[in-house]
Design a binder for this molecule. Structure first.
Ligand SMILES: NC(=O)CC[C@H](N)C(=O)O
Length: 240
């Protein structure tokens, strides 16, 4: 293969609700079209995270219990993860992972679970309720529609400098109130979408993959990605 990327799957053994690792497998699938491979390192409890070693990071979703365990270890990786994000490293954070890049998440039992504050959002708890179901959003910059499935107690509120991944067309999104879903900050993308989001949304998978490839190989030709017209997903929306 002509190009090689290295991805970190953060706490992939603890935070992998609904097979969020499928995001990495989808990236690998599209990478093949431009003769690129993606090697994956599992970075979990007590492992060091080296920001200079990685071209992409995935941090998946989890149950509140796993999040309390991850929260403690995550503090030891706060500086290198923040440095990676600030340097424009491509990052995809899903659900619990998205919550924990922010300041904190109040779990369903009221316990405050610390994030690392690398991004400026915070997440509150709902009273005896979860946001569950299919969700559709529209991304403002590209006009693209993204499809997924959400299941979360947390209500996330974005901070200064954060823009949403999309505006909710169907479903609940970040908090069920302001119509926002997910986040974009530099090259970090956050979302509540399981599914996994990159397996269901070809355009977003290509967008993030191109950022990673371009960053490592500025002179590469990624046009074969645009010519790849096979739609893996064929999303349809069924209104309830
Ligand atoms: N699916 C998830 O990652 C859930 C995250 C968190 N435990 C919540 O319920 O909000």
């Amino acid at each position: 293969m002509a190009y090689q990327l290295r991805a970190a799957h953060l706490y992939g053994d603890l935070m992998n609700t609904y097979g969020d690792i499928g995001n990495l497998l989808a990236m690998r699938y599209y990478a093949k079209a431009v003769d690129a491979t993606i090697d994956i390192d599992l970075i979990s409890l007590d492992d060091a995270f080296d920001p200079d070693k990685y071209d992409f990071v995935l941090f998946g979703g989890g149950q509140d219990y796993e999040q309390t365990i991850v929260s403690k270890d995550l503090q030891t990786k706060k500086a290198p993860l923040t440095a990676y994000i600030q340097a424009g490293g491509p990052f995809l954070a899903i659900c619990g992972g998205f919550q924990m890049l922010g300041h904190y998440y109040i779990g369903a039992n009221g316990e405050k679970i610390a994030g690392i504050g690398a991004l400026d959002h915070y997440t509150l708890s709902q009273d005896n309720n979860r946001f569950i179901g299919n969700i559709t959003i529209k991304n403002a910059e590209t006009g693209q529609t993204y499809y997924g499935f959400e299941n979360h107690n947390g209500m996330t509120f974005l901070g200064a400098g954060e823009r949403p991944l999309g505006e909710v067309e169907q479903g609940h999104g970040n908090n069920g109130k302001d119509g926002s879903e997910g986040v974009i900050y530099k090259n970090t993308f956050g979302s509540y979408f399981h599914g996994p989001i990159l397996a269901r949304n070809e355009a977003l998978a290509k967008r993030i993959l191109k950022i990673a490839l371009q960053r490592k190989y500025p002179d590469g030709d990624w046009s074969p990605l645009d010519q790849l017209t096979e739609d893996l997903t064929k999303n349809v929306v069924i209104k309830p």
